[in-house]
Structure formats: C-alpha cells, structure tokens
Design a protein around this ligand. Structure first.
Ligand code: AMP
Ligand code: MG
Length: 412
C-alpha cells in the first residue's frame, strides 16, 4: 500500500464511515447533537402585531403636524388584550410585546413624547405607518420549516426548539468509541511509578479529544505487545462503532496491531500517510466498526486524531462541517521543511494588527507532548513546500473551541 496524502486519507476514511441511526432525546440533552428531522413552526410568532418599544400606539395620520397632543385612552401591557379602538386624536400607552390596538398603525417610543397629564401626551415626531411594530409572524410562520435536518444544535437552536415546544427531538446517535493503548513499556495511571516505563498518556489525551466532540469514550486499558493478549483486547474493541488503537502500527518486529486486526476480519484501507508527525497511521473497517491504528508517539497520536478521527466522528454524528476551522496567520520566524510530507507544526497565536501571528511552540519532536499542550493551533505546511520564511501568511487549524468548517482548506 502506498503513502497517501492527508486529504486522500481523509477522503478514504469519510467514504468508509456512515452516519449513525436516529434516536429521540430530551431537549435538555440535545446541545451539540445534529437534528435528524425538520422542525416545523406550530404557530405564528408574534401571534399578532405587537409593539417593539415601550411608548404609545398612534395613528400615523394624526402626526402630520408634530408635535401633536393626543388623548390616552388605554394602558396595554404585555399579556393584555386591547379593549378599545384608537380613533382620530387618540392613542394608547403600550409596553414592549403588547398587542397593537385596532385603529393604531404605529408606535412612538416614550423618549419621543412628553406626558402632559395622565390622559394627555405630546408626540414630538412624525413617523410612517408600521413604525416600531413587529408584524404578525415576522419571527416564524405556522407551518414553515424553521430548522432543517442536519442543523447543529447550538444554544440558539435550543431556543427555537423551545419556542416550538419540542421537549424531545430526533438526532443522530453519537458513535460509541473505544480507546486501546498497546505497548509493553507502558505504565497506566494506577500503576506505581517505575522509572523504566513510559506513562500511558495517549489513552487520556485521546479520551479528551473524543470528549471535546461530545462523546464519552470507553477506555479499554493497555494491551501488551503479545498477539494473543492484543487479540483479546481488540475483540472487545470491535464491539464499538469506532476503535482507536494507539501504538504498534509501525514496522518494529513487535508491532502486531495491523496483523492482529486483519486476522479479526478488519479490512485494511490504508497504512501510512505522507505527513509529519503521524506517518504510520493505519485505517480499516468491519461491517460495524471503523478501526484507527494511531501511531504511538503522543504528538502523532493527537495530530492524527485531529486530521482523521475527528472528521469521521463528526460525519457519523451527522455534521456537515467536519474540519477544524482554519485561519490565516503571519509566521514570526523561518521554518525548515522537508518536501514530501505535509507537516503540522504546533503554534501559539497572537493578535496582531492585520489578524494573527503564528509562532512555533518550540521543539517539535513527535514525542514532545508539551509542544501540543502549549498549542493554540496546528500550522499546515503543504508537502510540496520548501523552507518557510518569516512574515509569510500560513494556514493554521484552530484547536480550541468547537468551530468547524466544511473543507480542510489545504491541498497536499
Ligand atoms: P509505537 O507506535 O508503539 O512504536 O510507539 C512509538 C512511541 O510512542 C514509543 O516511544 C512509545 O513508548 C510511545 N507510546 C506508545 N504508546 C503510548 C501511550 N499510550 N502513551 C504514551 N506514549 C506512548
Ligand atoms: Mg509499541
């Protein structure tokens, strides 16, 4: 199997994973899910013409000559229904959200008036019909599709769902994800500190990356570099929708992950991507499970998650925007780059006059996890680029927040 470019590998993965089935969940639990149904308005909002201001409901024709004194015939609060019709020379005191009474065709905000007495007000300006009135149905119309299938449920969307009284909504089920680390050298969280061992950080960093997408993964622990033990752990992992295996995908004699998963019926789609860090990435599928063989080096594991696993999990969850949002930033220093691989450099961003600047977090070895811990983003150096010079504009994938976009925005 040849080395794929990052974008080819992404495409291969996205072509191999399916959107999950639909489940019904409560509104309270729906944040960041994706709607699996069209949402239809069940009423006109507002239900009638209402005032947009605290002020007076008037007949615009009465204000041809302003200032004009008018007689106040009624007080209308939000939730009240008007009892009287406004006739020539008359007005009604009205509060924001209260229905506009018959006869009136405009609202004058209180700041443009002068109370002469309890029942008399001077209106200081002339306005056109419709001024400061919210018309019936301007927010939503009964029967209209207000949210389409595929909409990401944000706080604003929750507000609309509450408006149409949806206590439950249909969404795409989130995939169930398992994480397995492999390696004889690994020491897990509960093990005593042994100076000869390597702490298992990948399981936890991957856990957090999955959690950041709104999914609670299962941690399967650590499998030793032993085909029989590995097979046992992998069998448990293949019960999930997505299995992330860390380590053991390279060319070492004890890298048993690829043969072991193939033995279990996983069809390998590719192995090795022309990228740095993250070269020995393997991907395969069964009928049920997408299996990612992630490189063991801690930075490689996290970068591969960002490039390949996150878009796949987002697609499975029904999202249309699969890729981390990118911004353009000005590089503050030179960067050496070996042609042939797309490189992801961990950078810190700073606000500068024309946008952002990007500065490397320091030593970029694929085992130097601090470079990732400090990073605001991943700067993308395309495979065919030579050395980058200070002041060049570069593309940076943002790592923080929940903003995603439709495409990767780079070619490699
Ligand atoms: P491998 O891909 O298994 O050859 O591992 C490459 C490097 O990553 C080795 O130096 C491992 O010690 C390290 N490594 C592998 N798995 C983990 C893990 N779960 N946590 C931290 N480092 C790891
Ligand atoms: Mg290993």
């Amino acid at each position: 199997m040849e080395h794929l470019s990052v974008t080819h590998a992404q495409k291969c993965i996205l072509d191999s994973v399916n959107i999950q089935d639909i489940e019904t969940i409560s509104l309270e639990k729906s944040l960041n899910h994706v709607l699996a149904e069209d949402i239809v308005a069940n009423r006109d909002l507002p239900p009638y013409a209402v005032s947009a201001m605290d002020g007076y409901a008037v007949r615009s024709a009465d204000l041809a000559v302003a200032p004009a004194p008018l007689t106040v015939i009624e007080d209308i609060k939000a939730g009240d229904m008007p009892m009287k019709t406004v006739r020539a020379g008359q007005c009604a005191r009205i509060m924001t959200g209260a229905p506009v009474p018959e006869g009136a065709d405009a609202v004058i905000r209180v700041e443009e008036t002068l109370a002469l007495s309890d029942s008399q007000v001077q209106i200081n300006i002339a306005v056109k019909a419709g001024n400061d009135i919210r018309s019936r149905g301007e927010g939503m119309r009964n029967g209209d599709v207000v949210l389409a299938t595929g909409t990401e449920i944000t706080p604003g969307v929750i507000g609309i769902l509450a408006t149409v009284k949806r206590a439950e909504v249909q969404v795409y089920r989130r995939p169930r994800v398992a994480i397995l680390s492999t390696g004889n050298e690994l020491e897990d969280m509960d093990d005593p500190v042994d100076p000869n061992k390597i702490p298992n950080s990948n399981s936890y960093a991957l856990m957090a990356q999955v959690q950041a997408l709104g999914i609670e993964p299962a941690l399967l622990g650590i499998a030793r570099d032993d085909p029989a033990e590995l097979t046992e752990y992998l069998q448990r992992g293949l019960k999930f929708d997505v299995l992330l295996v860390s380590g053991g995908t390279s060319v070492g004699v004890h890298d048993y992950v690829r043969p072991a998963i193939e033995e279990l019926g996983v069809q390998m789609k590719f192995w090795r991507v022309a990228m740095k860090p993250g070269h020995p990435l393997a991907f395969g599928t069964t009928d049920k499970t997408a299996v990612f063989g992630l490189p063991g080096n801690p930075v490689s594991s996290m970068v591969c998650f960002e490039q390949f696993v996150a878009p796949a999990l987002r697609r499975m969850t029904g999202h249309a925007r699969l890729y981390r949002r990118t911004i353009s930033a000005r590089l503050t220093h030179n960067i050496k780059h070996q042609q042939g691989r797309t490189e992801f450099i961990r950078v810190v961003l700073a606000k500068v006059e024309e946008g952002y600047s990007a500065t490397s977090t320091g030593a970029q070895g694929s085992g130097m996890l601090l470079s990732m811990a400090k990073a605001d983003g991943l700067m993308v150096v395309p495979a065919d680029r030579g050395e980058l010079a200070a002041d060049e504009q570069v593309i940076v994938q943002l790592l923080d927040g929940t903003s995603f976009q439709y495409g990767p925005d780079f070619k490699d």
